[in-house]
Design a protein around this ligand. Structure first.
Ligand SMILES: [Zn+2]
Ligand SMILES: [Zn+2]
Length: 733
């Protein structure tokens, strides 16, 4: 009879912790997935019960008892808890941190998981004058009291408006007996069928796609929905989801970070008059908690969110959709390094429901799964509403010198499209004014003191900024080496904006990059000015390439395709091709035909010629052959052990030791390469290096990692570095 509890605790340790059950709650009354307060070292920690055990390796005398359960109901149902355990194991990440990543913030600190909402009100004592008066100088506290006096109760939104430190003030008032917490039951909407607004007529390929997804409704099947930009993928998702909603089940929709705009949510809300649960990192803790609860109770038939929404609880799961499945934001790059796209497939398989991955530029992994017969391909070859695909041509920068980043044929094309009433989009994947501050007299370039990198000139902010570590300094007037005047060299989006204003005076212009849209709501405002047709010229980084619809754009100019042509990462060419095709896809989406110009110094490069003449599929087929020959994923499986330290030596010493350990464990079928320094070895003051483990399939790699990590963790050298393991890395360094 299992009488002990194995508990996951949010700590960087790859193990569970054993406890006796809390007093009055025998182990067999506790469901896995339930939260517990447990003693942990000298503090109290929140843990999640993962399994019950009959015995422990810890001697009985040293076993401690859990303090209490938090809520009677598990926060994860069995399938979701099992998925989290699987993910911790697969990505070799501490289970407690994996589980914490799947919980909204308030639930990690003991908030109620049930559908209640937190409000606060003045206590009876405060209302009846039974408390000593507050200090007249405690302005913030008095302000909060008078805000509460004027209403029955207040929630997070109202109180947060008073002061950024409202939680501190509230806690202080609670301590003094002025305020009490209320938990209000949220009204539960009855689980009924909802009206669905009628969508447009589907074309034949769309109909076929919807039918195929519908036929798979009660079993796992993975679909790759491959459609060029503007071919109506979203409409296929909406129809497939419609069926699920009509059956009273739930659809989980994952979208890339930047694509989750109010427009997208509005599009879903217009079609489905149902509660939508929206999970997104920029929402407040309580908003996310509400969405999480609505997903868990089944009250929200459609759950839509970014990466971590793959862990959203679902009462009646029916379908998982991953939009823009090639997007790199699905891979978490720090801490728990999981791929939401890959986990969506694992989750759908475990739930026996279909999964639809959609893209105009599918990842090579997904295309290979289709070729192997593991995924079904659904193709949308046509652009919806008869729009024609854009023509693509290369502008040879060796023949046409560029002035301030623009070659003459590009300038003429921009003028032609503006004259014809079109909008023009110019893409450059480099924000700031210029990538370098350079001294023509001695050749000095302004370096980042903390990285092996140059500082970028940000003219508007009058700063040099490092795009790798964030270091900022004032722009020096003169060269720091010889004292001659230094000048910005090369092009960034800020400088292109300036050039365009000179070349096309009076034409309304907008810029979209991380600097330009830093202010909350700025991106939305700019997008609206583009949609309304007010903006005619638009310059930006790859933020432009992600999911925004610009029906008035007739010309797209890729200002520099060459960064990435010779990247050392095995995914560099795939990423470049996806970006170019995605940016190009913004052109000519309505009835007007589009034109795409790609400026390059390498017009004969096979990647560019293939993209320009025969398109993404042809590129992808060739790129997959290269991967097969070179032994890279998806034809192999890899994991990367990274280390960094303030000096070079400890990072390499650790990796050398980790490599030596491989001889002592069972590592059959796994090849270990390195240690190798990162191409940009020093970043943010840290030296970085890595080992790469590679195997033909994931079985041998997983078996090796299972043996390897416990041996690495206890190495004395491990204490002198920051290290991490990345299974299926998106980037090599
Ligand atoms: Zn100089
Ligand atoms: Zn730096």
């Amino acid at each position: 009879m299992p009488s002990l509890l194995a508990v996951a605790i949010d700590a960087p340790l790859r193990r569970l912790f054993d406890y006796r059950p809390p007093a009055g709650s025998p182990a067999d009354t506790l469901e896995p997935g339930v939260r517990l307060w447990v003693p942990f070292g000298r503090r109290r920690a929140m843990g999640v019960l993962v399994e019950r055990r009959a015995q422990s390796e810890i001697p009985a005398a040293r076993l401690r008892s859990a303090i209490a359960t938090i809520g009677a109901e598990p926060v994860f149902d069995r399938p979701l808890l099992e998925l989290l355990v699987w993910a911790a194991d697969y990505y070799r990440h501490p289970i407690g941190e994996v589980i914490a990543a799947a919980l909204p913030g308030p639930l990690r600190t003991g908030a109620d998981a049930d559908a209640t909402t937190l409000r606060w009100a003045l206590s009876v004592a405060a209302r009846t004058g039974g408390l000593p008066p507050l200090n007249p100088r405690a302005h913030r506290l008095r302000e909060m009291v008078s805000a509460l006096e004027s209403r029955r109760d207040a929630g997070e939104a109202e109180l947060a408006a008073l002061s950024p430190r409202w939680r501190d003030h509230l806690r202080e008032l609670e301590r003094r007996g002025w305020v009490t917490e209320l938990r209000l039951e949220l009204p539960k909407s009855p689980a009924t069928t909802y009206p669905v607004a009628r969508g447009p007529e589907l074309n034949a390929p769309q109909q076929a796609a919807v039918a195929a997804i519908g036929e798979a409704s009660d079993r796992f099947q993975q679909f790759l929905l491959h459609g060029v930009t503007g071919s109506g993928k979203t409409e296929v998702y909406l129809r497939a989801i419609e069926r699920i909603v009509e059956q009273g089940r739930q659809a989980l929709v994952l979208v890339p970070e930047i694509a989750l705009t109010p427009q997208l949510v509005a599009r879903f809300a217009e079609r489905f008059r149902v509660p939508l649960a929206v999970l997104h990192s920029s929402r407040t803790d309580l908003e996310r908690l509400d969405a999480w609860r609505a997903a868990r109770s089944g009250e929200a038939p459609v759950v839509i969110g970014t990466r971590s929404a793959v862990f959203a609880p679902l009462a009646r799961p029916g379908l998982i959709v991953v939009d823009e499945e090639h997007d790199s934001s699905y891979k978490q790059q720090e801490g728990f390094r999981y791929s939401a796209r890959d986990l969506a497939l694992v989750r759908a398989q475990r739930l026996s429901i279909p999964a639809v991955l959609g893209s105009a530029t599918p990842s090579l992994e997904s295309l290979e799964r289709v070729r192997e017969g593991r995924a079904s391909l659904l193709t949308l070859p046509e652009r919806a509403a008869g729009a024609r695909p854009p023509t693509v041509s290369l502008v040879d920068l060796r023949r046409h010198a560029a002035t301030q980043g623009m070659a003459t044929p590009s300038v003429l094309a921009v003028q032609r499209h503006l004259d014809a009433g079109g909008q023009v989009l110019l893409y450059l994947n480099r924000r700031g004014y210029a990538p370098t501050l350079f001294c023509p007299a001695c050749g000095w370039v302004a370096p980042c003191p903390r990285c092996d990198a140059r500082l970028t000139v940000h003219q508007r902010d009058r700063l040099l900024r490092c795009h790798h570590c964030g270091k900022e300094q004032a722009i020096p007037e003169t060269c720091q080496q010889c004292g001659q005047p230094a000048k910005p060299v090369g092009q960034g989006t800020e400088r292109i904006e300036e050039t365009l204003a000179q070349l096309f005076p009076g034409v309304p212009l907008a810029r979209i990059d991380r600097d330009a849209v830093r202010r909350r709501g700025a991106l939305e405002e700019t997008l609206e000015r583009i949609r309304s047709g007010e903006v005619r010229l638009l310059v930006g980084t790859q933020m432009l390439a992600k999911g925004h619809h610009f029906p008035g754009v007739t010309l797209v100019v890729v200002l520099n395709a060459d960064q990435g042509l010779f990247g050392i990462d095995f995914r560099a060419s795939e990423r470049l091709a996806q970006t170019i095709v995605q940016v190009a896809g913004r052109a000519g989406r309505a009835e007007r035909p589009g034109e795409v110009l790609i400026q390059t110094e390498y017009p004969a490069h096979p990647l560019l010629t293939r993209l320009a003449t025969s398109g993404y599929d042809d590129f992808a087929a060739a790129a997959l052959e290269e991967r097969r020959t070179a032994g890279w994923p998806p034809f192999t499986r890899i994991a990367v052990l990274r280390a960094e330290a303030a000096r070079r030596e400890p990072a390499h010493a650790f990796l050398e030791r980790a490599r030596a350990v491989v001889q002592e464990i069972s590592a059959a079928g796994v090849e270990v390469l390195g240690p190798a320094a990162a191409p940009m070895e020093r970043r943010g003051g840290h030296y970085r290096a890595q080992l790469l483990a590679r195997a033909a399939s994931h079985g041998p790699l997983q078996r090796m990692l299972a043996d390897w990590l416990p041996s690495i963790e206890v190495l004395p050298e491990a204490r002198r570095v920051r290290w991490s393991i990345d299974v299926d890395p998106a980037e090599l360094f």
